[in-house]
Design a protein. Sequence first.
Length: 118
Amino acid sequence: MGLPVFTDDISDEDMDRMISSAKDASEVLKAISHESRLLILCHLVSGEKSVTELETLLSARQAAVSQQLSRLRLEGLVTPRREGKAIYYSLTDDRPKQILEVVYALFCGPDARSGMTS
């Protein structure tokens, strides 16, 4: 699927839909633009994690991890599940994983240093 091409004859309905989609995309991108939130999502790609596990993986305090999880939850990117006193988080759907795959290819993959992606 390619990017849309803007033409002079775009309908008002199509333009409104594009504006709405741009707003939604902007909110998701803002949510993942924080280093800690991005790392949390990276860890959750491999499966559900407790807040305690995420604290250990990120070497961060519980309050900081909970604050970042709250923002991700607000944007609908993660879902909590309570089991006794522990709260576990998982990705809500496949969108974060798809975004992270692109980010990984651009910044972490084998061609990232040269600015080339395959």
